[in-house]
Design a protein around this ligand. Structure first.
Ligand code: FAD
Length: 458
């Protein structure tokens, strides 16, 4: 019987554990090393707990709106203990699920901080493991911007936010990226007064301009104060409040709030890898990889947030699986052209492919927009805000990008990701019969607009 390949995975997040499962499925003897909790940032301190809190805020809003649907309620109040407790239960349940999956694949899970001694040797505690291949998946850590006075303030990072025991009366969130806007929505939805302050001219700078504009307008209409193009000069204290001095539109302003929250991004967690000692090539803090997720050291792969760039859970998972296939002798490459990105606010925002601005720079395009106000299911839900926007090639109608703001945008985007992946045209989407009444009809009608005309707009 031939000897099994030994694969060691460092980091049990959504980059690492799917890599371990894939390698085991392909016949490897796999050891996974995790220094904290299985599931990593996404499950314990990211995607899942934030979505649990966002859902809580959404339920609160729906209960307040219940009379519109003919349901009488007494005045709802938020019980933070139960809300946070439920979030913890969701996380715990899923974490146990991950442990079960690893056990079912006979993957050895070691608890501890791993070190790479050389490309074939990993140390964890007193144990030294020999590996044919190593997959590095150590994730990322929150960063703090260099702002005068910030070190003297007890500001929350994302982990502090997800551990809050009571709702602040007011909050300033520095950073209007995806994490910042989701935090703003949670706090505002639960009844906290929120100011979101972003350095760039628009929130979530990677968004298509038209979508970003509609999104900003919507957040403002919900009572979130949004400041963009702001340069913060100083942070100080006034009684129990944090005070921020900033400049925007050539005007100096000052705001204060009970709680300051920093959501300005994350950096790859490469510090503990001994990169300089073993000759592992970095680019800034990120481990440099090629299209096979291979590092410069033979048989050492790196995946997920550790490799820098766009930090998304589903991307980390795809990279993990790609690295595992290659660690087992395959030649799989990563394709970054159709990775959806989502914001789970109300309204939701989701996009895949090129924005209108990016597509215009490359070729002649046409744009089809269909509003949710023309969709029966959106009327049923009383959620008619938003639209679907398809960016397509002007000559052949090939789908270049899809951008959605509105109800269930984060689920609807999967159809668009598939369309991009299959190099579909708008005609092919338009000719695909979509079920009625569903929100997905907005995607079909936006495609119809570019190929003969939509039905439900005059
Ligand atoms: P991680 O999940 O960070 O896992 C790395 C693991 O490695 C950790 O468990 C760590 O303890 C372990 N580790 C580190 N060093 C060592 C060592 N030396 N030895 C052993 N173990 C080690 N992405 C989305 O796609 N959708 C979302 O909705 C979303 N929401 C987010 C919300 C927040 C607040 C945050 C912070 C992030 C969010 N993300 C979201 C991003 C997502 O969480 C990350 O992209 C994803 O977790 C990256 O996975 P990873 O496996 O690369 O790293």
């Amino acid at each position: 019987m031939s000897k099994k390949r030994k694969v060691v995975v460092i980091g049990g997040g959504i980059g690492g554990y799917p890599a371990a499962i894939k390698a085991a499925r392909l016949g490897a003897e796999v050891t996974l090393i995790e220094k904290a909790d299985l599931g990593g940032t996404c499950l314990n301190w990211g995607c899942i707990p934030t979505k649990s809190l966002l859902h809580g805020a959404e339920v609160f809003r729906l209960v307040k709106e219940a009379p519109t649907f003919g349901i009488k309620t007494t005045k709802p109040i938020v019980d933070m203990g139960t809300l946070m407790g439920r979030k913890d239960q969701v996380v715990l349940g899923l974490r146990r699920g991950v442990a079960g999956l690893l056990k079912a694949k006979k993957i050895v899970v070691l608890q501890g901080e791993a070190e790479l001694l050389d490309p074939c040797t990993v140390r964890v505690g007193k144990k030294k493991l020999l590996a044919d291949s190593v997959i590095l998946a150590t994730g990322s850590l929150p960063t703090s911007p260099p702002i005068l006075g910030l070190d003297d303030i007890t500001a929350w990072d994302s982990n502090d936010f997800l551990s809050m025991t009571s709702l602040p009366e007011s909050a300033i969130i520095i950073g209007g990226g995806v994490i910042g806007v989701e935090f703003a929505q949670i706090l505002n939805g639960l009844g906290c007064q929120v100011t979101l302050i972003e350095m760039m001219p628009q929130l979530v700078p990677s968004l298509d301009g038209e979508i970003a504009h509609a999104f900003q307008k919507s957040l403002r209409s919900q009572g979130i104060q949004v400041v963009t193009g702001a340069k913060i000069s100083k942070i100080g204290k006034s009684g129990k409040c944090s005070v921020i001095e900033y400049q925007s539109d050539n005007q100096k302003s000052q705001i204060e709030a009970q709680q300051l929250i920093v959501a300005t991004g994350r950096r790859p967690a490469s510090d503990g890898l001994r990169a300089d000692k073993i000759g592992l090539e970095l680019e800034g803090a990120a481990v440099k990889v090629d299209q096979y997720m291979s590092t410069n050291l033979s048989n050492v792969y790196a995946v997920g947030d550790l490799t820098g760039g766009v930090m998304l859970a589903h991307l980390a998972m795809a990279e993990g699986e790609c690295a595992a296939v290659n660690a087992m002798g395959g030649k799989q490459t990563m394709d970054y052209s159709s990775i959806p990105s989502c914001i789970y606010t109300m309204p939701q925002v989701a996009s895949v492919g090129l924005s209108e601005e990016q597509a215009k720079e490359r070729q002649k395009i046409s744009v089809g927009i269909f509003p949710f106000s023309g969709v029966g299911k959106a009327a049923v839900l009383s959620q008619q805000e938003g639209f679907v926007k398809i960016v397509a090639g002007a000559q052949y109608g090939e789908v270049l990008g899809v951008h959605i703001i509105g109800p269930q945008a984060t689920d609807l985007i999967s159809e668009a990701a598939l369309a991009l992946n299959l190099e579909a045209t708008v005609e092919e989407i338009a000719q695909t019969i979509h079920p009625h009444p569903t929100l997905s009809e907005a995607v079909m009608e936006a495609a119809m607009k570019l190929s003969g005309g939509a039905v439900h707009v005059p």
